[in-house]
Design a protein around this ligand. Structure first.
Ligand code: 2M8
Length: 451
């Protein structure tokens, strides 16, 4: 990032009240502009419907400034929960024209599935950060009474979300959840998925039959490729054609991966549910026990002592993937991660690959910046994203690294001070990329400013 950005970052991050007020205003205006009846769209142009983990991050920011909306945001998402407990990764706004987003409801055909809600949705899920978000929304709320009522209403749905994942998605029977599509990771085209995706048969040419919506609103060089999309569609079709039933996954599904971030969120959700249970008068014990089992399974199955980080496991080959992405750092959000592994993750975070420091010279990238295929402009293959930095910062705080957490916070605030509420940022210059008015950037900025 350039000098001007760094200066503004320091002013905002170390108590420049005027700059902080300007940034807060920008964030609130962005969230207000993206509010749509009962939810916030991630971006008016690129993502005009409701997305699952976006809504969770957004609720954390709304809790401070529009507390009533924080609970409406989560409630509208969970109204679209399927009978089996899955929380769909997209809830489609029926008021929008066909073609407002690709792939739209006509590709997913959720209405054909018994147990799907009346509103059209996708059939995939995203990292279950919602229980953590609900707990933080409660803590951030100016008035605890309505916030506690919001938590109480949401609690059974959050429990059902976890039950779906535990009962239907533990395909290997090892206590971890598997994702069945890269979109479920939230880091769609991360190099983490290159190895498992290479085994998915598809040809880029099939995309000639479709019109991609994303590349009319963003530079194609900053987005997944046509071959990526051809594979995304092939995996959706495989899942959909089995009625989104998870019974066929082990035998018939082309993409099955245990992701460190998804499973860290799964474990963090049980920790959060234990705290929520205590607040709403339920027994926290079973949540604590499940949380401990998830951390143990993550250590056993996804921790690689050779590299000192967590790596996704491809269940089709039963091998850990080799790419070192920021996904590997995210189990730091688990409060019960043992010191040995937490320390190893801090070494990895501070390495030249990720550059976390108390005074960061560049933003946290999503992929090892020393890798030959590091791509500073292409979506999740290098650029810096606020939700990931925010999660890593939570982990650093939880494991006793306040100086590193402060460095990361300053760097993230500096990104928005320098470029605005962009979707993602160039990992060298801090330039804004993707949507210029992106909701979770705004929401998490509010959270960072409040700390
Ligand atoms: C991106 O994913 C969607 C597909 O779900 C897309 O590329 O169209 C990802 O960044 C994902 O993490 C995010 O939830 C979504 C909406 O912001 O966009």
């Amino acid at each position: 990032m350039g000098d001007a950005g760094a200066t503004r970052a320091d002013a905002a991050g170390t108590g420049g009240p005027a700059d902080a007020a300007v940034l807060r205003r920008l964030a609130v205006d962005t969230l207000d502009a993206n509010w749509e009846h009962d939810h916030t769209v991630p971006s008016r142009t690129l993502y005009p419907h409701q997305w699952s983990w976006d809504s969770a991050f957004i609720a954390i920011g709304l809790a401070q400034v529009r507390p009533e909306r924080a609970w409406r945001e989560l409630a509208s998402l969970f109204r679209a929960q399927w009978a089996d407990g899955r929380v769909p990764h997209i809830v489609f706004n029926p008021a929008l024209r066909v073609g407002a987003y690709f792939p739209g409801p006509e590709m997913w055909r959720s209405a054909d599935v018994p147990g799907a809600p009346t509103v059209a949705t996708s059939g995939l899920v995203q990292p279950p950060v919602h229980a953590l978000a609900a707990l933080l929304a409660y803590r951030r709320a100016p008035d605890p009474t309505p916030a506690l009522a919001g938590l109480r209403r949401l609690y059974p749905a959050l429990v059902a979300q976890q039950r779906y994942l535990a009962d239907r998605r533990d395909v290997a029977g090892d206590g971890l959840v598997c994702i069945v599509h890269p979109w479920e990771s939230g880091l769609d085209n991360s190099p983490a998925w290159d190895e498992p995706m290479a085994a998915v048969p598809a040809e880029a040419a099939v995309m000639r039959a479709y019109r991609r919506h994303d590349t009319t609103h963003a530079d194609a060089a900053h987005r997944p490729t046509d071959l990526d999309y051809a594979r995304y569609l092939a995996i959706v079709a495989a899942y959909r054609d089995h009625g989104y039933s998870d019974r066929h996954l082990a035998t018939a599904h082309p993409f099955l991966v245990e992701c460190p971030l998804f499973n860290a969120a799964f474990g963090a959700a049980e920790h959060a549910l234990a705290e929520i249970a205590a607040l709403v008068g339920d027994d926290p014990g079973p949540h604590r026990a499940r949380a401990a089992r998830i951390t143990e399974a993550l250590l056993r199955r996804l921790y690689d002592p050779e590299t000192g980080t967590f790596q996704p496991r491809d269940l089709r080959t039963d091998r850990l993937v080799s790419a070192r992405t920021v996904l590997g750092l995210t189990p730091l959000i688990l409060p019960d991660l043992p010191t040995r592994q937490a320390d190893a993750l801090v070494v990895e975070a501070r390495s030249a690959r990720f550059g976390v420091a108390s005074l960061m010279d560049r933003p946290l990238p999503t992929y090892d910046r020393t890798a030959p295929d590091f791509e500073p402009l292409r979506y999740w293959r290098g650029p810096s994203w606020l939700n990931i930095g925010w999660l890593v910062r939570c982990g650093l705080l939880g494991h006793g690294h306040p100086e590193l957490a402060a460095g990361l916070r300053r760097s993230m605030i500096g990104l928005v001070a320098g470029a605005g509420c962009h979707e993602y940022f160039h990992p060298d210059t801090g330039a804004g990329l993707g949507s210029p008015a992106f909701s979770w950037t705004a929401a998490l900025l509010l959270d960072l400013l409040a700390d």
